[in-house]
Design a binder for this molecule. Structure first.
Ligand SMILES: [Zn+2]
Length: 238
């Protein structure tokens, strides 16, 4: 993995401002694994993608994570702090399949599948669409149609085959004691952090450029320590 510098991170942030979550995930991977082709990244299972993004998050912002949840029973906000290792799970490799029952083979979903789901019309049956996309074709295949129990079984089989793709956090409400689970989405989490980082960085560039007349590129090339030192010298918040 290559840890992107401030210039590369700001480029990713700008390109992803109006992008979908799946596209943002690929933008983040692209800046940290520049040696891998875009097609390889797009075809990586979601669990593999999320394992990579956890590593990128560690390199950029450290191992400690904080999440906010909302108690479904009383509406209280619930905070949870944990380490990246706490949300690591086995992940699938490209080409991995599962067999929910004899005769049905499904490959694990990847970013291309998520991009396709994001393009569906409002109200479309995304779950069935995903299962149909992931059905491994054979000569006698017909379009996959499933009743609810079959869908649940198929989705569970996919989740087991790529556990990192769906991480559930166990939370307990401090107000009413209710226990509940909440999905942890590393793309969403990392993008929010990147957005906050970018806003702070642009503010620092503005302060230093206004004071010293340096270009944005010059300021971004400074090490974080030297940027901070100059901001302290002029009495600006760091
Ligand atoms: Zn509660």
């Amino acid at each position: 993995m290559h840890t992107p510098d401030a210039t590369a991170l700001l480029q990713v942030w700008e390109r992803g401002l109006h992008a979908s979550p799946a596209a943002r995930g690929l933008l983040l991977l692209g800046c940290a694994w520049p040696g891998l082709a875009a097609g390889t990244l797009a075809c990586a299972p979601i669990g593999q993608r999320d394992a990579w993004l956890l590593s990128l998050r560690e390199a950029l912002f450290g191992n400690r994570l904080q999440c906010l949840g909302k108690c479904p029973a009383c509406g209280e906000r619930v905070e949870l702090a944990f380490d990246t290792d706490d949300v690591r799970a086995p992940h699938a490799s490209a080409g991995d399949e599962c067999e929910p029952w004899p005769g049905l083979r499904l490959r694990v979903p990847d970013s291309q599948d998520l991009l396709a789901l994001e393009g569906l019309a409002y109200g479309a049956d995304a779950e069935l669409h995903l299962l149909q996309r992931c059905q491994v074709a054979s000569v006698d295949d017909v379009a996959l149609v499933m009743e609810k129990p079959q869908r649940v079984a198929a989705s569970q089989a996919l989740a087991q085959a790529d556990a990192q793709a769906e991480v559930l956090l166990d939370l307990q409400c401090p107000a009413c004691g209710a226990a509940f689970q909440q999905r942890f989405d590393i793309v969403l989490h990392l993008w929010v952090e990147l957005d906050h980082w970018a806003q702070r960085m642009l503010a620092r560039v503005h302060v230093l450029a206004s004071r010293y007349g340096w270009s944005e590129a010059d300021i971004l090339r400074l090490s974080p320590m030297r940027r901070q030192a100059y901001l302290e010298l002029i009495g600006a918040p760091v």
